[in-house]
Design a protein around this ligand. Sequence first.
Ligand SMILES: [Zn+2]
Length: 417
Amino acid sequence: MTTSEPERKVHTKRTECRVCGGQRLRMFLSLGPMPLANAFLRTPDEFETEPRFPLDVYFCEDCSLAQLLDVIDPATLFRNYIYVTGTSATIAAHNREYARTVVETLGLGARDLVVEIASNDGSLLRCFQEHGVRTLGIEPARNIAEQARAAGVDTVDQFFDAGLAREVRAGYGPAKAIIGNNVLAHVDETRDFLRGAKDLLAEDGRVIIEVPEVREMIQRLEYDTVYHEHLCYFSATTLMRLCDAVGLKLARVDRMPVHGGSLRIWAGVRAAHSEDACALAAEERELGLGDFGRYERFAADAAKNREAILALLGRLKAEGKTVAGYGAPAKGNTLLNYCGIGVDLLPYTVDKNPMKVGLYTPGMHIPVLPAAALAERRPDYALILPWNIAGEIIEQQEAYRRAGGRFIVPVPEPKVI
Ligand SMILES: [Zn+2]
């Protein structure tokens, strides 16, 4: 970190790679000065003073990690965090399957402790409780930790670091499984985080971490998974390198379809990385993920996608068609801001999460209405912002479609369904 002031700055910029410490970092994608993707606004009075920060993605020439260097202080970033995991049926099914897999693979019993870092509203740990194991959640967003406790999931409302790892170990004993779903990519001090997890881990335990996979992001043109919270974009190659740095080795790697493509690693204290991890790293090299040129091509394709989306929305508007958004996810805010889609092209969006209804999207200030507004107002087209779960949404909105409504899936190429 470049800051040395005693008071924490909201925005700082790193100069070193989070995995290898190298300084040969080259930018390949600039999404522009961007508001925080989860900082929804309550009233139009807030539009004028809304903060924006650089959102640029860099490639490390030494270890190939794709990452942001601009860091927003977590206290600011997660202050109004309103992503609640319970809202997607796909994710709920994923959680049940996840808990079953971990319990069976590690042979967990009633005395074993499962710790989840960034446990959100406790929905995943509740699935573990059904198997009779002990659970502890760690969730820094106080309002959400409170929800988890109310649902019967013991939860510590602090950020996870080496100090907290020691406290938890002293109070609860070592953990047989330490789970981190979509949290490793969000922490600035990546190596310290993993070192803390290793310290809390039982000797034969596993750190099981799920992160979005850079391979999927690059191949499926998911540039909208870039936002300030999401600091690192990992591959098997970079995860192996990271584990090496803290004395862990991969015991297994799974490629998962959730969140538009994720990697789940099982790391422990072992002599060497598993064969499947090494094979995956070899595939990544074949695909060019170790080369800067592949990332440059990705950025050029993102710019083309922006032009195509704007052309489609412009044409529909000229034809007098009405278009609304479906969903108000963080990724949607990257897409809307990068493309410059405002209320002139998208007068409102709808969302099932009641905590988002009545708010305005960051940057483009699109009002969020309840999901029922889609059936009531019947726009001609609905632009699906969480397009990674488009299939699920289209199925749920059968009534809208039967009444003549059509969907637009914006990425990798805008497609009307
Ligand atoms: Zn590096």
